[in-house]
Design a protein around this ligand. Structure first.
Ligand SMILES: [Mn+2]
Length: 322
């Protein structure tokens, strides 16, 4: 699909705007918050009045504390009726949580995203499932609008690239991704600091939570499915918030017998599930069967049942697609 007209129109709207709001999906990951803040820093430097936020729970993941978080406002303080709102990395308006109506109230809503399931919910839509990260599309948009990619902007965008490509390891690590990463590094970005902050700084209690999840892992060899459960009591025992318990699925998905990994997290409303694929199976399709969505190799869903019961639903969905 030719995105050129969308980039041009988005650039025009951003140039003309005085007030710009930027939102990303709830429970932001590195790409969501990196894209949103990168765009925000560039817009502010261009003289725009900018606010950034994401829907409740408004908990800022600690591993991203090196990003310019001072641009964030609480969702309740996010204004209505802005000139332009840009939605970053959200596949549907629902993923904006409590900010969805405020985003829709902008004169112009620009949707920038790389989820294949995104059918568009804005006035201007820059949606490219071929992009490795929303941060990649934000970098292209900044070039169209001719706003400077300073070291601070580049640090935000690089964080999005690193996290959504699994540290430049997944199949979405195309040549243009590394070219962009090289351009970002040239501004002075320090990749070793981002790597340490995002991947190598966990609270001590994380180790016991990780041990519990790994001990609980079960393998279904016939489905090639490894799964485990994270209970609320695991987090309570370790004094950890959920936001501090990121990346647990990466610890179980390395079992070579499994093509699919599933981590079920106990929440008040039931179970939140994450899925990962080694590449052969489309876990986005499995998540869709379970009422969720995502990418070919990474997806998520919500089931209103306790995790031990939800596991059966996941196995059924995998069976239906295999
Ligand atoms: Mn993303």
């Amino acid at each position: 699909m030719n995105l050129q007209p969308a980039f041009e129109r988005a650039a025009k709207e951003l140039e003309a705007a005085n007030t710009i709001g930027i939102v990303c999906h709830v429970g932001p990951d590195g790409d969501a918050i990196g894209s949103a803040l990168g765009l925000a820093v560039a817009a502010e430097a261009a003289g725009k009045s900018v606010v950034v936020s994401f829907g409740e729970p408004f908990v800022i993941p600690q591993q991203f504390s090196f990003l310019p978080l001072d641009l964030l406002v609480k969702p309740g303080d996010f204004p209505e009726g802005l000139d332009v709102v840009v939605s970053c990395d959200a596949a549907v308006a629902d993923r904006l949580g409590s900010l969805a109506p405020k985003a829709a109230s902008a004169d112009t809503l620009i949707v920038i995203d790389h989820h294949a399931s995104n059918v568009g919910f804005g006035d201007v839509e820059i949606i490219d499932p071929q992009a490795a990260a929303t941060a990649q599309l934000v970098a292209m948009l900044l070039r169209h609008v001719d706003w400077a990619i300073t070291k601070e902007v580049a640090t935000c965008l690089y964080t999005g690239l690193v996290t959504d490509t699994g540290r430049f390891q997944y199949s979405n690590t195309k040549s243009e991704v590394l070219h962009l990463a090289a351009d970002l590094l040239a501004t002075g970005v320090q990749p070793e600091l981002i790597g340490q902050r995002v991947y190598e700084e966990v609270p001590f209690g994380y180790l016991s939570v990780a041990a519990a999840v790994m001990n609980r892992a079960t393998l279904d060899p016939s489905l090639g499915l490894i799964s485990s459960i994270l209970y609320q009591s695991d987090l309570e025992a370790a004094g950890l918030s959920y936001e501090e318990a990121d990346g647990l699925i990466d610890l179980i998905r390395v079992a070579k017998e499994a093509g699919i990994a599933c981590l079920l997290r106990e929440v008040d409303a039931g179970t939140k599930g994450s899925l990962r694929s080694r590449g052969a199976v489309d876990v986005g399709a499995i998540a869709s069967l379970l009422g969720g969505g995502g990418h070919h190799n990474a997806a998520g869903f919500m089931i209103p049942k306790p995790p031990d019961d939800a596991l059966g639903d996941v196995a059924d969905a995998v069976r239906r697609l295999s």
